[in-house]
Design a protein around this ligand. Sequence first.
Ligand code: G6P
Ligand code: ZN
Length: 564
Amino acid sequence: MTASLDVRTVPTVVYDGQKPGTSGLRKRVKVFQQQHYTENFVQATLDAVSSDKGAKGSTLVVGGDGRYFLQDAIQKIIKIAAANQVAKLIIGRNGILSTPAASNLIRKHQADGGILLTASHNPGGPDNDFGIKFNVANGGPAPEAITDRIYESTKTIKFYRMVAMSDIDLSVIGSKRFGAHHPFEVEIVDSVNDYVALMRQIFDFALIRNFLQEHRENFTVLFDGMHGVTGPYGHALLVEELSLPSSSVMNGVTLPDFGGGHPDPNLTYAHELVARVRSERIAFGAASDGDGDRNMIISHDWFVTPSDSVAIIAAHADCIPYFKITGLRGLARSMPTSAAIDCVAKAKGVSLYEVPTGWKFFGNLMDAGQLSICGEESFGTGSDHIREKDGMWAILAWLNILASVSSQRGCLVSVRDLMREHFAQYGRNYFTRYDYEEVDSAAASQVMDLLQAQLASQQLIGTTQNGFTFAQMDNFCYEDPIDKSVSKNQGLRITFTDASRIIFRLSGTGSQGATIRIYIEKVEPANGQCDSDAQDVLKPLVQLALKISQLTELTGRTEPTVIT
Ligand code: G6P
Ligand code: ZN
């Protein structure tokens, strides 16, 4: 053990706007690079680890998605943590941890929490975004009570504590101990191994491997790491564990600017994957986002909406060893996510929870043992194995299900076959989302105000437009069944008599102007037309949504920025 740590108290100035959003503090890198800016927020975060003793004596996991500024941020965190008498930091090698891997490490080591350095799917690089997010001891994002505490600290901070020490080499696995009076340990761990071990426990890798081998001519796989954090995880799982050729992983090298791309797995931003899957007639295409918690599943002849994806996983949960042991404790989705999973919950006789947008709302239900599988339309799918959504998990779940169903039938069952069979049993929830990004904030408010006025007057209820009769209009409000906390104003929801829905919401994650999201869903019963083009089917509802919101008139936007 070395001599005492040289703790300095550094006077600082308050920065406005360090309010963590849906998923931590996300700002431009240049904002984080301002003198004291990152230090202030890290100090405020450490103060919030425990309400009485701050981070003293705690163990924290630290890692991020490889984006620009990650190394600088980690070196600052190490020095500030040491000065705040943190007992131990567990850091991914070279600072790298996917968000699901970090959640797993927090749980595995029974740590007090974790600091995740990511702006998720937002572009990276010196001119783009960075982010700092605090997760608590269950491995999930900090609840609002804690993020509010962090924000309050940032508004009054006068100094932060920092140890004068040289940077730590993050590339060498192993433990280093510092300080005599308050021992401080930094352990660098492999970024991938523990996560792979977890996946090995959950899924039937031997079955998947045999399936991939047996159908290697017809069942080709292509995974797009989008130069985010999941490349190494994808390689370890798909190539090393499941014996696929290394060409099955594209854009697999993690880059600080994600190769200049926008690492968000949807039809717009994962266009390189989509084009290859179509032109090479790939049977199973998948992608994950910058920090590895989102996913997209496609085949050359089908795009699986995230709402359908979670319904499929829930419907076939008994193919997955983990759920054979735990059983299905309950299913959940965010409010705007289609009700496809509701049909599965009903058929299986398990509870279905509808929560506001944001993964954090699933955590309490999981901790209480009431929720096994959940998902969001925003390309998030996951289960209670950790407390974050999990991109690679979703991809492996699909492979496990396809392998299992194919082996039971003695023939190859494709993505499209599985979808068709699902629709034939449960019906189809046609779904699309229109995003209008960087809308003038005042215009966006006008749109929401207009809808709110229609809600207040209830003037539309009972009327029929474009063939749809308005049944209900409300603003989604959620009471958490476990802690009874109430979240209001979570999205304007219109339900029609045939169970179709239109939902309007302002995004909580954008960094410029406002983003208006319109979610459209039409329910088709099992004996109905379940094989049509979603955009064709949903067109009348889209037109109706634009008409009642006057979106074009109020914002000047004639086309959405992204359609998913
Ligand atoms: C993040 C959260 C998701 C949530 C999404 C919503 O990705 O982790 O749980 O669904 O944000 O974003 P929005 O922009 O619609 O508020
Ligand atoms: Zn993400």
